[in-house]
Design a protein around this ligand. Sequence first.
Ligand code: ADP
Ligand code: MG
Length: 241
Amino acid sequence: MIKVNHLKKSFGKNEVLKDINEEFNQGEVVVVIGPSGSGKSTFLRCLNLLEEPTEGEIVFEGTTLTGLKEKDLNQLRQKMGMVFQQFNLFPHKTAKENLTIAPIKSKGTSQNEADQKAVQLLRQVGLGDKEDAYPASLSGGQQQRVAIARALAMDPDVMLFDEPTSALDPEMVGEVLKVMKDLAQSGMTMVVVTHEMGFAREVADRVLFMDDGLIVEQGTPDAIFSAPKHARTQDFLSKVL
Ligand code: ADP
Ligand code: MG
């Protein structure tokens, strides 16, 4: 579904991604772990060209995204949902409106159809009773579940998550991970940057360990967590497990 060829990204003289080659397959759940500053967010943002690669190419569903015109790129970007640490909901819109704006604006979905879909998605994330609630009246965990539903409202083929639970109070982490787990089990292709090692162990098909702009090691959760090969992976895991 996504192919990454010789991806490099620099900010000025700071080379943040150093020749990354990777593939993400349909239906796969890949968890990306690694120390702060290793380039995880930059990598994720390069996949949908929120960040423009300095070198290399991103191929999504057979189309090379790098070098596309903005209009064509936006079309394909709609197929890649993204969820951030900060939920970024529209504060003056209800939960339901947060879900309907983009489909109506950029896909030409009718109000009626968008409304129905929004209600169904809010139910799916356990917020069927919150369609008319404004973000400020929702807890962090509820807001993040609305943000996930909002991304799903565009019917994406892949969902990218960048530390979706890192800004949450501990008691709200579980409800968001549960929604992500259900999504994984429904067959969604997912790339998830997270520090939730329990989630990685339980849900990931594959775990990538990044350090200093490179994917240092990857494998099944069992291989990475039980028998990491690289000293840097071992060192990282000894600090977080
Ligand atoms: P991680 O998500 O693993 O913590 P990031 O991808 O956020 O790592 O950051 C990797 C490096 O890139 C850091 O040194 C960070 O300061 C730098 N960086 C990230 N985004 C920018 C930016 N927009 N401008 C300049 N430097 C950036
Ligand atoms: Mg990050």
